[in-house]
Design a protein around this ligand. Structure first.
Ligand code: NAP
Length: 284
């Protein structure tokens, strides 16, 4: 079938499930603002549907994709090239459909770094940083944080082997930072840190406990929770009470989207339009 070249370009999110995503609101607002004839859609895909989906991208007029759980690693086999950062992270969240094949990127870590440096004015160089969680999101932000040469990064994950593999990987690639794997949250030495990141899903459910003992939180700390729904986790509420600066993960979501938009379109993303659309979507 030959496609009408005037048809809308299609972009979208693949994953399973994807129905609660705020990305369509953010990207469609940007397309509409810049008068780009394109639409961002959700593609909930089962694993056995991936191969057929990738074989039919051109027919379906698809020019770019975001990738979420559980396919950020799995999609790599369908790509012709991946960026050096995505390779270091071992996962792809953004795909550009090029003339010669599919290019993979990871904008999660860059999105986190942009949010903390641009908006929160946190400079990682020379700082002591503590991270809870050593999964996919943690790997992405750690690669970008490490490039900024913090003094030390301590990591704790209940899955100790995952944390150990990550720490060894980072030590191999970033010589300017001291990386430590801790056996418990107390070992993270939060009193000596200026950034604490929650990169676990603990806090998403109302029944989840506050991950960190309030007594460890101080007012010279930025507490960043990657979770953005709910807007304020118990960790953020406790940190706010102790006078720490706090942020949820909505800014990371925004800037990973900004970077993905620029990769796909080659145009400067309308950041404030996207920020407003995200805020409206989450407040609905
Ligand atoms: P993931 O791959 O499942 O990693 C989470 C890690 O945390 C796992 O290794 C998990 O261990 C560990 N963990 C669970 N409970 C813990 C605890 N009490 N203490 C220490 N470690 C614990 O998940 P992910 O993809 O990295 O996502 C993590 C969070 O970030 C999610 O809430 C996700 O929604 C959020 N996120 C936000 C953005 C954004 O743009 N703001 C982007 C990506 C992800 P087990 O596997 O053994 O449970």
């Amino acid at each position: 079938m030959v496609k009408d070249s005037s048809a809308n370009k299609v972009y979208g999110l693949i994953g399973y499930p994807v129905k609660h995503s705020f990305s369509p609101a953010m990207h469609n607002a940007a397309f509409s603002y810049l008068k780009i004839n394109a639409e961002y859609k959700l593609f909930p895909l089962k694993e056995d549907e991936l191969k057929g989906f990738f074989a039919n991208l051109k027919i379906n007029n698809i020019f770019g994709l975001n990738v979420t759980i559980p396919y950020k690693e799995k999609v790599i086999e369908f790509l012709s090239k991946i960026s050096s950062e995505a390779r270091l992270i071992g996962a792809v969240n953004t795909i550009r459909v090029g003339k010669d094949g599919l290019d993979g990127f990871n904008t999660d870590g860059a999105g986190f770094l942009k949010h903390i440096t641009n908006d929160l004015k946190f400079i990682p160089a020379g700082k002591n940083i503590a991270i809870i969680g050593a999964g996919g999101a943690s790997r992405a932000i750690l690669v970008y944080l490490s490039k900024e040469k913090p003094k030390s990064i301590s990591i704790f994950d209940v899955d100790t082997s995952k944390a150990e593999i990550l720490v060894n990987h980072l030590k191999e690639h970033f010589a300017d930072t001291e990386f430590r794997q801790e056996r418990g949250i107390e070992g993270l030495n939060i009193s000596n840190c200026t950034l604490l990141v929650n990169a676990t899903p603990i806090g998403m459910k109302g029944t989840d406990v506050c991950l960190v003992d309030e007594k460890l939180i101080h007012n010279n700390l930025l507490v960043y929770d990657l979770i953005y729904n709910p807007k304020e986790t118990k960790l953020l509420a406790a940190a706010k009470k102790k006078g720490a600066e706090v942020s949820n993960g909505l800014g990371m979501l925004l800037y990973q989207g900004v970077d993905a938009f620029e990769v796909w379109t080659g145009q400067k993303a309308p950041v404030e339009v996207m920020r407003r659309a995200l805020k409206e979507a989450i407040n609905k």
